[in-house]
Write a new protein. Structure first.
Length: 134
């Protein structure tokens, strides 16, 4: 079972990157109202990228080169998975906040559009009723 952890971590990282990029695009659709949601989603995407860089820099062949500059990379096995999973967990939390925010913006936007459509139809009915009276 413990052998599945790296594969499951990779899958959740890939899913996080895809959803964070999607959340950034979704928040961008709301322009100014989605600015905070976009910033939060971009931060989440940044955390996923940092987590990916940590894994890339701790690959044994790369870690030997990086260890010349940073001694922590000489033996990254004790902290590598912990830092990766912590960064991904923070990214997922921020991603959920961003997606919840854009979800609320979507609900408000749909309500506003429905209200405007109802007003247009009422005006159209009033306008055609006035013509019939003449």
């Amino acid at each position: 079972m413990i052998q599945l952890v790296p594969y499951l971590a990779a899958l959740q990282w890939i899913g996080g990157v895809i959803l964070a990029a999607n959340a950034v695009g979704r928040a961008r659709e709301f322009r100014q109202r989605g600015a905070w949601a976009r910033i939060i989603a971009q931060t989440a995407l940044g955390l996923f990228i940092v987590a990916g860089l940590i894994i890339a820099l701790t690959i044994p062949s790369v870690a030997r080169v990086v260890a010349r500059v940073l001694s922590a990379f000489a033996d990254p096995s004790p902290w590598r998975l912990t830092v990766f999973l912590t960064a991904c967990q923070a990214g997922w939390i921020l991603l959920l906040v961003s997606m919840g925010w854009t979800g609320m913006l979507g609900i408000v936007s749909r309500k506003r559009a429905a209200r405007e459509e109802l007003d247009r139809r009422r005006e159209r009915v009033k306008g055609s009723g006035d013509r019939d009276a003449h």
